[in-house]
Each structure stands twice: as C-alpha cells, then as structure tokens.
Design a binder for this molecule. Structure first.
Ligand code: SF4
Length: 193
C-alpha cells in the first residue's frame, strides 16, 4: 500500500509516543516529535526538548521559539516552511546533554524523519546534532557557518552547521555570531536553490 510522506510521519510519531527505548521516557511529560510540512526542503535539528517543549509537546516554543523565529527571518525563512525536530525526542532532565546511549536509542526516529522527508538542507543547531549527523567530533567555534555535503539514512543533503539558538542568551557576541550564520545561510540557500 502506498503511503504519503504525511502518513509515514504520523506512523513514526505514533511509534515515538509509545517509545521506552531509553531512560528519558521515565521523566518526560510529552514526546516532542517534531513540527512542519512532511515535504519540507529544509530541516532544523536541535539537541533535545527543554522544559517548555516537554510541557507542550512542540519543539522550540516560548523564548527559545521566538529566538528561532527571528533567526529564521534573518535567513529569509518562515517557521511554517521548515521541519523542526531534535536528536532526542524526550527531555533530558535539567536540560543536560543527551547521553551517547540515549542518542543511539533515538536514532531510529532521526533516520525515519530524514528518510521520509528527504530534505535538501539540514541545519544542525549546536554540536550534539552536528556530531550525530557527521559521526565525528565537531568544535562549533571552528566549524560554524560551514556548508557540507552529507549522507545520512540513505539521503544526500547539504548540511549547515551553526550554534544552538540558546547560545544567544550567553551575550551580545554569541547573538551576533548566530545572526551572521543565519544571514549567510539565507544567501547559501538562495544560491543553491
Ligand atoms: S528519547 Fe527517543 S529513544 Fe528515548 S524514550 Fe524518548 S523517543 Fe524513545
């Protein structure tokens, strides 16, 4: 039976909502699966849900969401045109980094997302997402703003590396770096599309 991208995503979401593959299921309120069109050209990949996301079940809400919306605007993009998800779908307690075995357990959903949506661009927000897709150590200070060819889950796409939007909370300099990265991202997307 032929299933649309949307149907495939809904099936994957139902699996995620029942998932107990790692310890994070014990402390979650909601599984934060992702949001956006199933045929999005651009996917944004964060690290994991925070407090507000865990409560609401949606990615990048509250202050973090506003921050992301303004960065997307800098790149000439709209939230409703991009698909947003995270490396782990359940909130790590106290917003700690997801542990390697949690990332490994959740990879089936990351692979599912990428192989269904088949985005042309993936923008990783922060080092955890970048390291997971590239399978190597990444120092964001050295590699942010890079556009790389990447293959993951049998899908070829352009990978753009930048900081997590929460970095903007660390000060004006970090905020400017993020804004500059998103401005450059907008130009790169325009030149490739
Ligand atoms: S983080 Fe991922 S693997 Fe762990 S319980 Fe949640 S959905 Fe399952």
């Amino acid at each position: 039976m032929h299933m649309s991208k949307e149907e495939k995503l809904r099936q994957l979401e139902a699996e995620a909502k029942a998932c107990k593959r790692c310890r994070l299921h014990k402390t979650r309120t909601n599984v934060v699966f992702g949001s956006g069109p199933a045929d999005a050209e651009i996917m944004l990949l964060g690290e994991g849900p925070g407090f507000m996301e865990d409560k609401s079940g949606a990615p990048f809400v509250g202050a973090a969401g506003k921050n992301l919306d303004s960065l997307l605007q800098t790149a000439g993009l709209k939230r409703e045109d991009v698909y947003i998800t995270n490396i782990v779908l359940c909130r790590p307690p106290q917003n700690r980094d997801p542990l390697p075995d949690e990332i490994e357990s959740c990879k089936c959903f990351l692979e599912g997302h990428i192989s269904v949506i088949k985005p042309k661009f993936i923008i990783t927000l922060g080092r955890v997402a970048a390291r997971t897709l590239l399978g190597r150590y990444v120092t964001m200070g050295r590699e942010h703003g890079k556009l790389l060819d990447c293959t993951y889950a049998g899908t070829d796409f352009k990978l753009y590396l930048t900081y997590h939007p929460a970095a903007a909370l660390y000060g004006a300099e970090a905020k400017q770096r993020l804004q500059a990265d998103f401005k450059k991202l907008g130009q790169r997307i325009k030149s490739i599309r």
